[in-house]
Each structure stands twice: as structure tokens, then as C-alpha cells.
Design a binder for this molecule. Structure first.
Ligand SMILES: Nc1nc2c(c(=O)[nH]1)N[C@H]1C(S)=C(S)[C@@H](COP(=O)(O)OP(=O)(O)OC[C@H]3O[C@@H](n4cnc5c(=O)[nH]c(N)nc54)[C@H](O)[C@@H]3O)O[C@H]1N2
Ligand SMILES: Nc1nc2c(c(=O)[nH]1)N[C@H]1C(S)=C(S)[C@@H](COP(=O)(O)OP(=O)(O)OC[C@H]3O[C@@H](n4cnc5c(=O)[nH]c(N)nc54)[C@H](O)[C@@H]3O)O[C@H]1N2
Ligand code: SF4
Ligand SMILES: [Mo]
Length: 705
């Protein structure tokens, strides 16, 4: 007789961490369904989350450790031989070239993996890995710096109080496609629709009329890409003119308001109109609405992060909220705590956050991903051994060709992944990890940005297939092989100790209770009235309205203003990226389910006027060139775009992944070929890569004649 069990679990693909029910028949995961009884996500999930069953069973997954032979073919092996090979090569590199020759890259899915992130971090420290890279510098590095500078903690990201807000400004985000970021909210669209239903106004600031307003929620203000800092400055400028700054509040809780005023002074709505493309009247109307709406909130996402001045833009987002008295009030922005009040643990000071390197002064922590190939190919002390965990930098970072050349030079590249990714193809050793339904976990991703915080433990709903192992085990197996202290030396290793402690300390929860029933525990929702006492961690406890550490960035801002004005009317198009519901960064590419209805490539979105001007129409093959590279793709005329802006969905380019059969058959093009690398490719304050508003030209592929 077969057995069927239903196990409560949750999704770990994106931030809402939707509650799911896993059906397990005879030890096999057969179905994922939305968990209607989940106290927070209440039966919401998206089709990507449910499609993770296919991901789990994908025949192209990694099942065994693999070694690459001299002729480039792959050979399955056991963990012992794979570990011996890792240790042998690692030792050889460190003995010959010293510890500076080692590096790591940590990819996005590690943010959703409680034990993996903890123990891989421990392993890298124990191994003395000196240079670390992460997906963070393609994604959000600016946010940590801005919050550290303004609030004294990189972990402080106040979120809109959607249930009570009357006006919500959403900048550079497409909740319909992405389910939002740095803002974990179950069913974001449903929540927005509910708010809109009771009269809340939503304004999306975006170079593209995104899908969210199509759902009957709000309007879009079209903006030229990479100009948000000046739009926000103009908005603040006008709000100040209308008397909307709360000077007495700022005097109590902040400093350097004069610096902020000096910065925004030249950027009136009229002065910025040509550069941002946002009509002065629109800015004036928005400023008026903000001043007249006590319950107003703001949220900004990757659209601003990926510009050249993400830190300054996010600083102004915080300022919009703080200096107008919309921070820490009902319907404004609130800081969430989750199961662990994390403001203190992110404490830091901007001035002390930099190190001198051969590539100049760089932010401590993650080095710019766009310097990775340089740190391998052009360094005085080149990286020679590298470990990549849950990341696909070959496709996700700019400069694939150069990165390939760099990875090929490494004496050791170890990739820990669920798939033979494009990056894994260049490795010496590939280690198969469990997927999210083969490992036990805690919902850690939304600590501090959750609208309705909860804590939930999930067991591994099925035993790992084949030889797959959880990352925490792999990390300690590597340590063991290298003769370092390892959890695996214990008789019954307890990888949960630190999380157990944090749960107990942070919210009085006992991990054993969570483990006993797998049910979510709802935690207190963010509340107004505690922010200035408890969440601000600057030395003097005051919010910094114009951090002195921004001086060079403000000068750079002026230079970029001049440059941007000079480029107006240069006739070039500007590239932006977007997401859709059929791809998740680079890793939902191998599922047939995601390719239905002709979704087999990532065309270039082109505004009808630009298409006319260039004599192009739907389906035409085109070559897109930038100052940095070129890609070939097809045209998709898109009247949602601002004229002059072109867009591509990222995460494609799977010609580099021959063992992912579905992905390889429908490879698409990698827009990262068009992005800058090396000097000038990242924001100096944060190391965040410049990825939006890239000047490009488009021409038909067909040769004349
Ligand atoms: N042009 C352009 N480039 C972009 C972006 C863009 O908008 N435009 N967006 C950027 C953003 S926001 C991000 S976050 C980065 C992402 O950058 P990366 O993190 O480098 O890329 P991902 O595609 O998320 O890679 C995830 C890898 O982890 C593997 N994986 C999935 N689950 C697991 C697991 O449980 N364990 C292990 N060990 N591996 C797993 C997948 O198979 C995949 O190979 O890309 C960035 N790149
Ligand atoms: N389906 C799906 N969901 C995802 C992901 C995925 O790949 N697929 N990735 C996940 C990850 S890792 C992340 S970080 C989040 C990201 O979540 P979001 O930040 O919401 O990402 P996008 O949906 O790409 O929306 C970014 C928006 O910024 C706009 N934009 C581009 N340039 C600019 C600019 O210069 N200024 C302004 N104001 N807007 C601009 C784009 O038009 C786009 O609508 O999504 C997560 N969720
Ligand atoms: S919205 Fe995100 S967390 Fe929820 S089911 Fe979809 S992918 Fe998973
Ligand atoms: Mo991301």
C-alpha cells in the first residue's frame, strides 16, 4: 500500500515565502499547492512557486559530484573523491600563492537558505577566503550603504504601511512581475488592489508603463532611466517650497538638513524636466499630493538600484519619508522587525566601511561583481581558486566573454548548485546541492522587511534524491577534508544552534516548537512610534539628512548631471531590464512549463515610434550594440515603453548551458553583454553595478543586398 502525506512547507524562490502544502506519495514529491490555512499568505502563491515540482524532478539536475576531465567531459564521482580533489587543488593554490589568491561568489538563492547561508559563511571565514563577491552588487548593494549612512544600520529599510496608506509612490519596481523586493508582503498585488479599493492612490515611477497599473492599480509616471536621483530631488525641492518639510521634527531626530537643502536647491521641477523626462507639472502635482496626504508612503526597488547613483536615490527616498514626517507614522513607512530585530546587527558607519585595493577605494564586504574578471586576469595578486555557491555569475554579471576567459584561467573553480549551470560548465569540481524541498529551513529572507512577519520551519519534505547534499553539510565536509574544525566531527551535528539562539532571543520562540508542527507563527506587525528610539543606530542616534561621507558622490552627481544634459538628444536609445513571470533570474530556464505560449526567447522591447523610425516591426532580427558589446535578438514592439527606451528580460543566454536541454534549445540572448565592466562600471559608494539606462543602438540584422 502506498502512503500519501501532506506536509506544510513554504516557497523559497522570492520574498513573500508563500505557504505551500507538499503532497508526498511514496516518498516522492508529486504536487505543491497553495496553503489556504497559512495564517499569513492565506493560499496565495504564484505559478513559479508551484512549478518548483518540475524543478525538483528535472532530469537535467545535478545528482552526483562531478569532475571535469582534461578533454572537457564530465565524470560522476562520489563525495570522497570530489572532496579530495577540492582539498588538493585548494591547498596547492594557497601553498603556492597565499590566501589572497582565494575568492568566493555567493548567489541570490542563498538569501533564502537559513542553514546554507550561515554555514557557507562560516566555511569561507574558516578557510580565510579574502575576496568575496555576491549577487548583491547586481541587485541592491546601494540600499545597504544608504541605510547605513542615514540610519546607522544597513538593515533598516522602512516599508510602506499598505493597509493604512493613502498615497504610495513605487519607484523602479514591478510588483506584478517580481512580487516586490525589500518588501515581503503576501500577494502584493491583492494588497495593493485592496488599498486602491479603499481609495489609496498608487504612483509607479518607471520608464515603462508596467503591468501592475494594468491591474487597475494606480498610474505610471514615465521617467528616463538612470535619472531618479534628480526626479526625487525635484520632488523634495517642490515639497520644501510648499512648506512640507517638518523642520522641528528633523531638529529633534535628525541632522544636516541644511546639507539636504543645499543639494536639492538647483533641482527644481522646471530645471529637471528635460533630464528626467517627467513634466514639471507632474512633479508639482505629486509634491502637492504628498504634502496634502499625511498617510503617504514610498518604496523603491531595483530600477533605482541599477542606476549609477542608487545610493543617493535611496537616500532621497528615505528623506522623502523622514523630513516630511511620513516615517514611523500610520500609513507612512514603518520598520519591520520579523523574528529578529535586526537593526542593531546591521550597525555600521559609512566612513569606516571602505578598504584600499589595487582597484581603488572600495566598499568592504562584497567587491564589485564587474571587477571579478579583473581580479582574476589583471591583478597583482590574481584570484586562482574560487568557490561559487548558488550563483550563476557567468550569466548574471556583465561581461560574459571576459568572465569566461577569467574562469578558464582559474586553478580551481568549485560550483555548488542544483543545476549544471553556465558557470558550472567552467568548473573543475561541481557539487550537487539539495533543492528547497530536500532541506530543512527557516524563512529568513524577510527578516526586517516583512509586512506581516512570521516564523516558520519546514522539514525536508522528501529525502534528497541521488547524492545531493544540503549546503551546510557540503561546507563542513570541505572543512573536514582540509583538516579544519568541522561540525561533521561531532557525533550528532547540530547545524541549527545559531538560528535557535536568534529565534529565542529575538522573539522568544523555541525552534523545537516550530519543528514540532511546521506551522507559521505570526509575529507583531510593524508599528509606529518606536523608530527613532529603537531603530536608528547612528553614533548620536540622529538620522543623517546629508551624510558627510556622501561628499564625493554629490560632486559626482553634479558631473553626471552635466554629462546627462549634454547627452540629451544624442539619438541613442537607453536599455533597461525587466522581469516576467516565466523566468527567475537565470534559473527557471530549463522548465518546459515556463516556455509555453511562445515564451521561448527574450526579445528587445521597442517603442512604436522608435520602431517606425528604424523601420522595424515585430519579430525582426536586430543587433543591439552598446559601447561595451552587442547582442542579437528579435523585436517586440511595446507601446508601454517610454519613447527612446528599449528593454530586455534578463537571465537568458543559455547557449552557454549545454546540459540544460530545454534552456539550451531556447537560449535567448544575454543583455549583460551590453553592460559596462571594469573602471567606471559601478557606483563608487556601494560597488553596485551600473545596469540601467545604458546607451545602445539598434540595427536590423539582415545584410543589405
Ligand atoms: N542584465 C541584468 N542582469 C541582472 C539583473 C537584471 O535585472 N538585469 N538582475 C540581477 C539580480 S536582481 C540578481 S539577484 C542577480 C542574480 O545573480 P545570481 O545569483 O548569480 O544568479 P541566479 O540566476 O539567481 O543564480 C542562481 C543559481 O543558483 C542555483 N540554485 C537555485 N536554488 C539553489 C539552491 O537551493 N542551492 C544551490 N546551491 N543552488 C541553487 C540556480 O540553479 C542558479 O544556477 O542577477 C542580476 N543580473
Ligand atoms: N518573476 C520573477 N520574479 C522575480 C525575479 C525574477 O527574475 N523573475 N527576481 C527576483 C529578484 S532577485 C529581485 S531583486 C526582485 C526585483 O524586483 P523588482 O525591482 O520589482 O524588479 P523588476 O520587475 O525587474 O522591476 C524593476 C522595474 O524598474 C524599472 N526600471 C528600469 N530602470 C529604471 C530606472 O532607471 N528608474 C526607474 N524608476 N525604474 C526603472 C523597470 O522598467 C522595471 O519595471 O524580483 C524578484 N522576483
Ligand atoms: S510569489 Fe515567490 S514565494 Fe510566493 S510562490 Fe511565487 S515564487 Fe514562491
Ligand atoms: Mo535580485
Amino acid at each position: 500500500m502506498g502512503t500519501t502525506r501532506e506536509i506544510s512547507t513554504f516557497c523559497r524562490i522570492c520574498e513573500p515565502s508563500c505557504g505551500l502544502v507538499a503532497r508526498v506519495e511514496d516518498g516522492r514529491l508529486t504536487k505543491l499547492s497553495p496553503d489556504r490555512a497559512h495564517p499569513v499568505t492565506k493560499g496565495f502563491s504564484c505559478h513559479k512557486g508551484l512549478a518548483a515540482v518540475d524543478l525538483h524532478h528535472d532530469p537535467d539536475r545535478l545528482d552526483h559530484p562531478q569532475l571535469r576531465s582534461a578533454d572537457g567531459t564530465w565524470r560522476d564521482t562520489g563525495w570522497d573523491e570530489a572532496m579530495a580533489e577540492v582539498a588538493r587543488r585548494w591547498r596547492a593554490v594557497v601553498d603556492t600563492h597565499g590566501p589572497n589568491s582565494t575568492a568566493a561568489y555567493i548567489g541570490n538563492p542563498m538569501a533564502f537558505n537559513a542553514l546554507g547561508s550561515l554555514h557557507v559563511g562560516q566555511m569561507l571565514r574558516a578557510l580565510g577566503v579574502r575576496r568575496s563577491f555576491s549577487s548583491g552588487t547586481q541587485d541592491c548593494a546601494n540600499k545597504f550603504v544608504a541605510s547605513e549612512a542615514v540610519f546607522g544600520s544597513s538593515n533598516v529599510h522602512p516599508i510602506p504601511d499598505l493597509d493604512h496608506t493613502d498615497l504610495c509612490l513605487v519607484i523602479g519596481e514591478n510588483p506584478r512581475a517580481s512580487q516586490a523586493s525589500f518588501y515581503s508582503i503576501p500577494n502584493v498585488l491583492g494588497s495593493m488592489r485592496r488599498a486602491a479599493g479603499r481609495g489609496a492612490r498608487f504612483v509607479f515611477v518607471n520608464p515603462r508603463r508596467i503591468e501592475t497599473p494594468e491591474q487597475g492599480i494606480g498610474d505610471t509616471v514615465l521617467i528616463r532611466p538612470d535619472t531618479d536621483v534628480w526626479f526625487l530631488a525635484a520632488l523634495l525641492h517642490e515639497i520644501d517650497r510648499l512648506g512640507g518639510f517638518r523642520d522641528e521634527l528633523v531638529a529633534r531626530h535628525g541632522r544636516h538638513l541644511d546639507g539636504l537643502r543645499r543639494f536639492i536647491a538647483p533641482y527644481s521641477p522646471d530645471a529637471t524636466e528635460a533630464v528626467t523626462g517627467v513634466p514639471a507639472d507632474t512633479v508639482r502635482e505629486l509634491a502637492r499630493a504628498w504634502v496634502d496626504t499625511p498617510r503617504a508612503s514610498v518604496h523603491a526597488s531595483t530600477g533605482i538600484n541599477m542606476g549609477r547613483q542608487g545610493t543617493l536615490a535611496y537616500w532621497l527616498v528615505h528623506m522623502l519619508s523622514f523630513v516630511t514626517g511620513r516615517l514611523d507614522v500610520e500609513g507612512g513607512n514603518l520598520k519591520s522587525d520579523g523574528f529578529y530585530p535586526n537593526a542593531r546587527s546591521g550597525q555600521g558607519s559609512l566612513e569606516q566601511g571602505f578598504v584600499d585595493t589595487e582597484f581603488g577605494r572600495l566598499r568592504r564586504g562584497s567587491l564589485p561583481g564587474t571587477l571579478m574578471s579583473h581580479a582574476i586576469l589583471d591583478s597583482d595578486e590574481p584570484i586562482r581558486a574560487m568557490i561559487v555557491v548558488a550563483g550563476n555569475p557567468l550569466l548574471s554579471i556583465a561581461g560574459q566573454q571576459r568572465l569566461r576567459k577569467a574562469f578558464e584561467q582559474l586553478e580551481l573553480l568549485v560550483v555548488i548548485d542544483i543545476y549544471p549551470s553556465a558557470t558550472a560548465e567552467l568548473a573543475h569540481v561541481v557539487l550537487p546541492s539539495t533543492d528547497m524541498y530536500e532541506r530543512d529551513d527557516l524563512n529568513i529572507v524577510n527578516i526586517g522587511t516583512s509586512a506581516v512577519p512570521f516564523a516558520q520551519y519546514t522539514p525536508a519534505v522528501v529525502e534528497p534524491a541521488a547524492d545531493r547534499k544540503p549546503e551546510w553539510w557540503i561546507a563542513h565536509r570541505v572543512l573536514q577534508e582540509l583538516g579544519a574544525p568541522s561540525l561533521l566531527d561531532d557525533e550528532s551535528p547540530d547545524p541549527w544552534a545559531k538560528w535557535r539562539h536568534m529565534l529565542a532571543k529575538g522573539s522568544g520562540l523555541d525552534l523545537a516548537d516550530l519543528q514540532a508542527d511546521g506551522q507559521a507563527r505570526v509575529l507583531p506587525a510593524p508599528e509606529p512610534g518606536r523608530f527613532f528610539d529603537q531603530q536608528v543606530h547612528t553614533v548620536d542616534g540622529l538620522v543623517d539628512c546629508c551624510p558627510p561621507g556622501f561628499a564625493a558622490a554629490l560632486e559626482r552627481c553634479t558631473a553626471l548631471w552635466d554629462e546627462t544634459r549634454a547627452q540629451l538628444g544624442d539619438g541613442r536609445l537607453r536599455l533597461i531590464h525587466r522581469r516576467d513571470a516565466w523566468m527567475h533570474n537565470t534559473w527557471f530556464a530549463n522548465l518546459e512549463r515556463m516556455k509555453r505560449r511562445g515564451r521561448t526567447s527574450n526579445p528587445l522591447g521597442l517603442h512604436p515610434d522608435d520602431a517606425d523610425r528604424l523601420g522595424l516591426s515585430d519579430g525582426d532580427e536586430v543587433v543591439v550594440t552598446s559601447d561595451h558589446g552587442e547582442v542579437t535578438t528579435t523585436v517586440e514592439v511595446d507601446d508601454a515603453l517610454m519613447a527612446g527606451v528599449v528593454s530586455m528580460v534578463h537571465g537568458w543566454g543559455h547557449t552557454a548551458s549545454p546540459r540544460l536541454r530545454v534552456a539550451h534549445e531556447h537560449p535567448g540572448a544575454n543583455p549583460n553583454a551590453l553592460l559596462p565592466i571594469g573602471e567606471g562600471s559601478f557606483e563608487p559608494l556601494s560597488s553596485q553595478a551600473h545596469m540601467t539606462g545604458i546607451p545602445v543602438d539598434v540595427r536590423p540584422l539582415v545584410s543589405t543586398g
